[in-house]
Design a protein around this ligand. Structure first.
Ligand SMILES: Nc1ncnc2c1ncn2[C@@H]1O[C@H](COP(=O)(O)OP(=O)(O)O)[C@@H](O)[C@H]1O
Ligand SMILES: N[C@@H](CCC(=O)OP(=O)(O)O)C(=O)O
Length: 269
């Protein structure tokens, strides 16, 4: 049995991926959102600052529109995302209302790190929202407006890196990244049944990057590679990240109590 971890985290960002939120048939996993609402509300009532970074807009939009496949055309993805985002936030709000909490939707673009005025404004919003007792900020990329053009690249690209950027921005202690896998393995477990879970990483080496493969479901965008990029950003800022399985979001309580769950990325000894 491994020792308990000493995780002191008063300000926490939780990132939840599409594969955790959306069934293979594109329906939203309502039980996961219900449990997330319970966990987030409990943490908030315990005096923690919590921000959720939620993917799933495109997946949920596919469900609303009964699409079997993710559209290929960017404009269609943008349209599907805006439909799915509305659906998701409505579901989050209904779930949070049961705990006397409400969702604050924050759709952001990369401008928040590239332009000082956008940076100031997003910081102001976070500060106000975090000071409220009954509000959970729920962040996603503003898929409907982001572009990746040479002169004005506003797209983060994926929510793994977006969640690390939010963790840096609000100076959080910990990023909990929930996915459909128990942590980081020395090979993609979908392809290698002998893959072993790595419990702690303090440095992203070339071997670790080689061990990261593609995504697990038809929805996930970046797979493990973008999670490692996020981890690299977190380590560079001397923050901490835990990658764990989000199928039961109550796992967040165990992570915060120091149980050695998933993979901890940290430089703190
Ligand atoms: N070394 C690895 N360790 C763990 N998972 C890996 C690894 N390499 C690739 N993967 C894949 O990454 C997937 C998670 O990424 P992704 O599908 O993008 O999830 P999410 O929607 O949560 O962002 C896992 O299901 C797994 O198949
Ligand atoms: N903004 C997109 C999510 C993009 C993304 O990074 O997805 P994921 O790999 O599931 O975290 C959406 O809401 O569908």
């Amino acid at each position: 049995m491994q020792n308990k971890r000493n995780l002191i985290a008063d300000r926490i960002v939780i990132k939840v991926g599409t594969s955790t939120l959306i069934h293979q048939n594109s329906k939203v996993r309502l039980s996961v959102i219900d449990k997330l609402a319970h966990v987030l509300s409990t943490l908030k009532k315990d005096g923690k600052d919590v921000v959720l970074v939620s993917s799933g807009a495109i997946g949920a939009g596919m469900g609303v529109l009964h699409l079997g496949k993710r559209p290929v055309k960017i404009s269609q993805q943008q349209a599907v995302s805006s439909i799915g985002q509305a659906e998701l936030i409505q579901i989050y709000n209904e779930a949070l209302h049961k705990y006397n909490m409400c969702a604050a939707q924050m759709l952001i673009t990369k401008d928040v790190i590239d332009y000082p005025e956008s940076h100031t404004n997003v910081m102001n919003s976070f500060q106000e929202l975090l000071a409220m007792d009954n509000t959970i900020p729920i962040v996603n990329e503003n898929d409907a407006v982001t572009v990746s053009e040479m002169d004005h690249l506003t797209k983060f690209g994926d929510n793994d890196q977006l969640s690390a950027i939010v963790t840096n921005l609000i100076d959080a202690d910990l990023l909990i990244m929930l996915s459909d896998i128990d942590g980081f393995y020395n090979a993609n477990p979908l392809k290698n049944p002998n893959a072993r879970l790595i419990s702690q990483i303090d440095h992203i080496t070339p071997n670790i990057i080689t061990a990261a493969g593609g995504h697990g479901t038809k929805f996930g965008t970046g797979g493990m590679t973008t999670k490692l990029k996020a981890a690299e950003r977190i380590l560079k800022h001397h923050q901490q990240m835990v990658l764990a399985n989000g199928k039961d979001p109550e796992i967040i309580f165990n992570i915060l109590s120091g149980d050695p769950i998933g993979t901890l990325f940290t430089t703190i000894k």
